[in-house]
Design a binder for this molecule. Structure first.
Ligand code: SF4
Ligand code: SF4
Length: 466
């Protein structure tokens, strides 16, 4: 398929399929998007707010399908940590997690979950062409429970079969990484190290006695880079949190020049912040304002582009207006007007991963509040009630669909419903867009495309939406 982007006066024309072009036309403040076939427009999408049903529902069969095709199993293996990072989601700013009590995960229960999932993966409901399943270890600080990691690696190496090949991932503060490096390298763990930039940028990441952790982490990364370069190059990534002691440019400049790596950027999580702490949190969540060296900015924009925040927004625009995003096969095969969609962009339960907490709760991922648990591991069985999970999700969808129906972002919403206040009751979405806000979004997207038309082809070829 050929993707061409042509700019002509106020129009941008994108050839999205062999048979039609997409025309985005700007007329003063109005945006019109239409498909053109054989030189005539046949589908007007004025302001993109045409009828789009949000009455979709899920069933127990959908939940079972996700479990039988699972690719990622995460464990919170301890709630203890050797650091006391100021912005930690288990720290003073947040209320939506279980109380931390220096617990370790129960290996017997973790193995029950693995056995349950291997049975599902061995069933005929597994239609995935891939057989790799990642086991991820999270904390607290997961390297404080190395006994569990070794036990689970040993166990999964023994039970893997032709349907299931286990691989391993860990997210660590790297304080004990050097100590356990041989094991980590032996099993080719994908390691994500948390580091927020230079020593000044990283000053929220301290030990419990207030001493900075930066030097140990920096020296460990330098050691791996020097003595295990191939591993460092292919398996190690750095995650940096943006806050008021740094910004994207400073982080990029430090990590890229010191380690030759492009960091993953993450923002502080607004969900679950205590109302009494919201002012302090807002100050901390705001990136540092500093005029940057133009050369660094230029270098960063060149290297980061698909990862930058602006381009992430553009990705949604390009995919949704290029006729290449389908929520399901009905969406692909049936006329869009006749298909019922799910509100928000929340993944189907367990379609991305499953996560078990130190308190035996089962969640669809490690990011969301523990109050959204979908099951638990009991003494001798895994309690996952497929019907009940489908019922819960449908209830969440029902609670938000009338809000989303009036939102101009509804066709390409980026929100996870678990980040929306009061989901299941009277939800309030801070991203909801009226016509004006949506026009600004279209204008921004067109401005970027007009300036950098090569991004269209790169987004179509290099980005995969899941
Ligand atoms: S944050 Fe939401 S959309 Fe993302 S993996 Fe978790 S449940 Fe799914
Ligand atoms: S931005 Fe909010 S209101 Fe709009 S569609 Fe997404 S979840 Fe619904």
């Amino acid at each position: 398929m050929n993707y061409n982007l042509i700019q002509n006066n106020n129009d941008i024309s994108i050839q999205v399929e062999k048979e039609y072009d997409l025309i985005i036309r700007k007329n003063n403040a109005d945006i019109t998007i239409c498909k053109r076939k054989n030189n005539s427009c046949y589908c007007d999408i004025n302001n993109a707010n045409y009828s789009y049903s949000l009455n979709g529902q899920i069933s127990a069969v959908d939940v079972n399908h996700s479990l039988a095709n699972i690719r990622h199993i995460g464990f919170e293996i301890t709630d203890s940590c050797n650091l006391d990072c100021v912005y930690c989601i288990y720290g003073k700013f947040y209320h939506n997690h279980d109380v931390r009590s220096n617990k370790k995960i129960d290996p017997k229960k973790a193995k029950l979950l693995i056995d349950y999932l291997v049975d599902k993966l061995d069933s005929s409901a597994n239609i995935s062409p891939k057989n790799e399943v990642f086991i991820s270890f999270y904390g607290g600080e997961p390297l404080l429970n190395m006994k569990f990691i070794k036990d689970i690696v040993d166990y999964t190496q023994k039970i893997q079969n032709s349907h299931v090949l286990f691989k391993y991932m860990i997210t660590t503060n790297a304080i004990y990484l050097k100590k356990h490096l041989d094991f980590i390298i032996k099993y080719s763990f994908i390691v994500t190290v948390s580091l927020d930039g230079s020593e000044k940028n990283d000053a929220y990441r301290n030990f419990q006695n207030g001493n900075p952790s930066f030097k140990i982490v920096y020296d460990t990364l330098k050691y791996i880079q020097k003595y295990h370069y191939d591993y460092f190059d292919s398996c190690l990534q750095i995650n940096s949190v943006i806050h008021n002691l740094n910004n994207q440019q400073e982080i990029f400049s430090f990590i890229y020049h010191e380690f030759g790596k492009i960091p993953n950027f993450s923002m502080l999580n607004y969900t679950g912040v205590r109302s009494s702490m919201i002012n302090d949190f807002n100050i901390m969540a705001h990136p540092k304002l500093e005029k940057m060296d133009n050369n660094i900015n230029e270098e960063m924009n060149k290297i980061l582009d698909l990862e930058s925040n602006d381009i992430k927004k553009l990705q949604s625009f390009v995919f949704h207006y290029s006729g290449n995003v389908y929520e399901n096969y009905n969406d692909l095969l049936i006329n869009k007007g006749g298909v019922e969609h799910l509100p928000t962009s929340t993944c189907l339960p367990f379609s991305r991963r499953i996560f078990m907490t130190v308190n035996n709760k089962i969640l669809p991922c490690e990011r969301i509040g523990h109050e959204f648990a979908l099951g638990e591991i009991e003494n001798s069985r895994v309690n996952i009630d497929l019907e009940n999970i489908a019922f819960k999700y449908n209830n969440y969808y029902n609670s938000i669909k009338s809000l989303c129906a009036n939102c101009f972002y509804k066709m390409h919403c980026l929100m996870c419903m678990f980040d929306i206040s009061n989901i299941g009751e009277n939800p309030i979405c801070e991203r909801m867009a009226d016509k004006q806000k949506f026009k600004e979004y279209l204008n921004d997207s067109m401005r970027i495309l007009a300036k950098r038309s090569e991004l269209y082809k790169r987004i179509m070829n290099e980005i995969i939406l899941v």
